[in-house]
Design a protein around this ligand. Structure first.
Ligand code: DAH
Length: 344
């Protein structure tokens, strides 16, 4: 009997405290009070009222415990009532303001250089070129020797190229991927190779020690300089707009013969001359040429049977021309005022 009553009191205490914790307004608290401490039917009150009917030797123990449980419940009710009142007060002082504007969602966008790379790749994909990639840590063989560039060429100098160790360096252009692809696959080849390249240059308005290039290579029987010109003219029209024209100036690269610098008519003044093209009407966009037979020999292609063209351009620079960006370093300052101008 004694044990059963003590257990009942302990259960009532636990239930009441849980109900008080869950009650979040005055009405709910009042219901809890009536259920446990109500004068007429309160469950703790009933036990207190029945004390007189208990055997005198158990009465003090049960009585003390019943009083303690009643006090605990009463204190908890008082504490929770004050807390609910304080919260109501806080709400009244700082009411929910539904007229505040919402927080705008931040949407990322593609970096302008990434956009240029994607656009150029898509144009060449539609013209039959497959995207290829190669390692950024290269050997002297792929970066120079197989590309008909002797190691005493100024480009191979330690002062110009970032060597990792021994004969391994950070590629100074994407042209080594030409060699890797030709070593692996027989002609015909039509590839476009986007990627990062590295040079031992200090950063200034037109140089970065790490920047992007896109290499192009087409090899087949019967490819001539006419194909190169037609392909690059078509590329310029699709990328810069239907009025764009290209111009080829004689140049030199060890891995092409003949070689050319390719200019596109200025997209700002359409060729009449303006500050963007320094009054010339033209903007330089890439190097190009017919693949030198020595490169075909290095990869085991028959130079009597196959010819091809190659070109290389810099998306960092092309993005500057296309969007009128004055300083190449802006691409990597991560300034949202700059980047948000290219939101799509
Ligand atoms: N690799 C050259 C550079 O980094 C760019 C280049 C010029 C690539 C002519 C070519 C090419 O494929 O034919 O300056």
């Amino acid at each position: 009997m004694t044990e059963a009553l003590l257990e009942e009191l302990s259960r009532l205490e636990r239930e009441a405290l849980a109900a008080i914790g869950a009650a979040d307004h005055d009405d709910a608290l009042e219901r809890v009070r009536v259920e446990y401490l109500g004068r007429k039917d309160g469950r703790v009150s009933a036990i207190l009222r029945g004390l007189g009917a208990l055997a005198p030797e158990v009465r003090p123990k049960i009585g003390a415990e019943a009083n303690r449980v009643r006090d605990v419940i009463r204190d908890a009710l008082a504490w929770r009532t004050a807390e609910v009142a304080a919260r109501t007060q806080r709400r009244r002082e700082a009411p929910l303001d539904l007229t505040l504007p919402g927080r705008a969602e931040w949407m990322g966008g593609r970096h302008p250089v990434t956009r240029v790379i994607d656009e150029i790749s898509a144009i060449f994909a539609s013209l039959g070129f497959t995207r290829a990639r190669g390692p950024e840590a290269e050997t002297e063989w792929y970066n120079f020797v197989a590309l008909n560039t002797p190691l005493d060429h100024p480009a191979a100098d330690m002062q110009a190229t970032l060597y990792v160790h021994g004969r391994v360096l950070l590629r100074s252009h994407t042209s080594p991927v030409q060699v890797r692809v030709m070593e692996r696959y027989p002609p015909p080849i039509r590839i476009i190779v986007p990627g990062m390249v590295y040079r031992r240059d200090a950063a200034d308005a037109s140089h970065l020690p790490a920047f992007s290039q896109i290499e192009g290579l087409a090899v087949d029987e019967g490819i001539s300089f006419v194909d190169l010109k037609a392909m690059l003219a078509e590329f310029a029209r699709r990328f810069f707009g239907p009025a764009a024209r290209v111009r080829f100036r004689p140049s030199f690269f060890p891995f092409t013969e003949p070689s050319a610098e390719v200019d596109v008519s200025c997209i700002i003044c359409n060729g009449t001359g303006c500050p963007a093209c320094k009054g010339t009407g033209w903007m330089e966009i890439m190097g190009a040429g017919m693949v030198d037979p020595a490169v075909f020999e290095a990869v085991g292609y028959d130079p009597e049977r196959y010819t091809g063209y190659a070109f290389g351009m810099g998306p960092h620079r092309i993005a500057m021309l296309k969007y009128g960006i004055p300083d190449i370093r802006m691409h990597h300052e991560n300034d949202v005022r700059f980047l948000s101008q290219f939101a799509e």
